[in-house]
Design a protein around this ligand. Structure first.
Ligand SMILES: Nc1ncnc2c1ncn2[C@@H]1O[C@H](COP(=O)(O)OP(=O)(O)O)[C@@H](O)[C@H]1O
Ligand SMILES: [Mg+2]
Length: 404
């Protein structure tokens, strides 16, 4: 019975790996499948950075954020397996023989672990690590074989796609979320909308948050953006604790740090495009000139139009100009293209792309369109109030190349 499930899983994985342009998406899928098949809590895929002689996490499954961590070759479980090419099973992480792992620093309490090498034809290119078997079987022979088989398929695909990782410099963390929960009162009790979110958001990255409707995406972004209060946990922005800000702190940090773009454009109908932008510029100490923000979204020739004279896409570009005119450190965009047709969506996404590339801003974009995730540096998947997985996109697509 188990064997049959394992065979279909392998076939499914093979399909995913062969048919993807996006290797980390396929690897995340493989990791998710393996973690669930083995009844485990979390997993990660580590790859060699030959230049730095270190390992970098390219994706993870489960409620941790590894994407800024790197492991030393030959040290800890992931380092040992990636050097020796030998599978390693830890049945009891409290035993004195346990060599330690980066998982120990992740917030997950390691009880047991399986780590299988990613072996291409010629070398060991990293490892797949799965922790905390909950189903009581540990990691039996059959499970080890399955994992090794999946790792081999993954390794061959990675080698074939010739993709490389960098475990180089650490990214600068702009926003740090730890154990964030959010409850809303409901009837007699509470609904737990966010159930413990651990995540770092870096300077100058494009993060896409994916997840089904109702999983907590907007709630999360509203908390990080200072539009809602967290129930528990900590929120650190640029080194300052904003877990429980005062109203004054909140207004100030929202004003100076953050830009917002929503599905609805929320423009003032009696002001022109440029006046809508100027109105926001007047609220902050050192904005960019409103005309410059209008130019950055390609609307100079429409600057004097009122919203009613503009198309949906143009109105959304005005709302982006309004967000960037403050020169914010971070821009949150909640389903910014949900109301737009394909062509207009691409125009709007191209503007975001330029903001990240040319201005060095950080953009956190919520969407339920997985195709948009292809242009992100990192993709965070939420499921039912928790982080389901995070992956690094090693080759983000250009907005213009997205198709749906
Ligand atoms: N103010 C609120 N009061 C009660 N429940 C809420 C409130 N805001 C959101 N929720 C609930 O929280 C869950 C997540 O909502 P949301 O974050 O908007 O999801 P998403 O953006 O992923 O679609 C939903 O079930 C929603 O009904
Ligand atoms: Mg939402």
């Amino acid at each position: 019975m188990k064997n049959k499930r394992f065979v279909s899983a392998t076939v499914e994985l093979l399909n995913q790996l062969l048919n993807t342009d996006d290797i980390t998406e396929a690897l995340t899928g493989a990791l998710e499948m393996l973690t669930n098949l083995l009844g485990c809590e979390a997993g990660a895929v580590w790859l060699q950075d030959r230049e730095a002689d270190r390992l970098a996490a390219v994706c993870q499954y489960g409620p941790v954020d590894f994407t800024n961590m790197s492991a030393e070759n030959g040290v800890g479980v992931e380092g040992l397996v990636s050097r020796s090419g030998e599978i390693m099973v830890v049945q009891d992480a409290t035993s004195p023989d346990y060599p330690g792992s980066l998982f120990d620093d992740s917030g997950i309490r390691v009880q047991n672990m399986l780590c299988v090498p990613l072996k291409s034809l010629t070398e060991v290119i990293g490892c797949i690590q799965i922790v905390n078997s909950q189903d009581g079987t540990g990691f039996d022979e059959e499970e080890q074989q399955l994992s090794q088989r999946i790792a081999t398929l993954a390794a061959l695909t990675i080698e074939e796609k010739e993709f490389t990782v960098s475990a180089g410099e650490k990214k600068k963390v702009l926003i740090q979320l730890r154990g964030i929960t959010k409850d809303y009162p409901s009837g007699e009790g509470f609904v737990h909308v966010l159930k413990g979110i651990d995540l770092d958001i870096y300077e100058n990255e494009f993060v896409v948050i994916l997840g089904e409707s109702g999983c907590g995406k907007s709630t999360l972004v509203n908390i990080v953006g200072g539009m809602d209060h967290l129930t528990d946990g900590s929120l650190i922005i640029d080194g300052k604790d904003f877990s429980h800000p005062t109203e004054t702190e909140l207004t100030q940090f929202r004003r100076e740090y953050m830009g917002f773009v929503f599905q609805q454009y929320n423009l003032m109908p009696n002001l022109t495009a440029q006046e809508n932008v100027q109105f926001i510029a007047d609220l902050v100490p050192s904005p960019m000139p409103a005309a410059e923000a209008i130019a950055k979204v390609g609307l100079t020739d429409r600057a004097d139009n009122f919203p009613s004279m503009l198309s949906g896409g143009q109105q959304q570009r005005v709302s982006i100009a309004r967000a960037i005119v403050k020169k914010p450190r971070i821009i949150f965009a909640d389903e910014p293209t949900a109301a737009l047709d394909y062509q207009t969506s691409i125009e709007v996404l191209t503007v975001f792309e330029q903001i990240v590339q040319a201005q060095g801003s950080t953009v956190v974009m919520i969407t339920h369109n997985p195709e948009i995730a292809r242009m992100a540096n990192r993709v965070v998947k939420l499921r039912n109030g928790r982080i389901a997985s995070i992956r690094i996109n090693l080759n983000p697509a250009m907005a213009a190349d997205l198709v749906w």
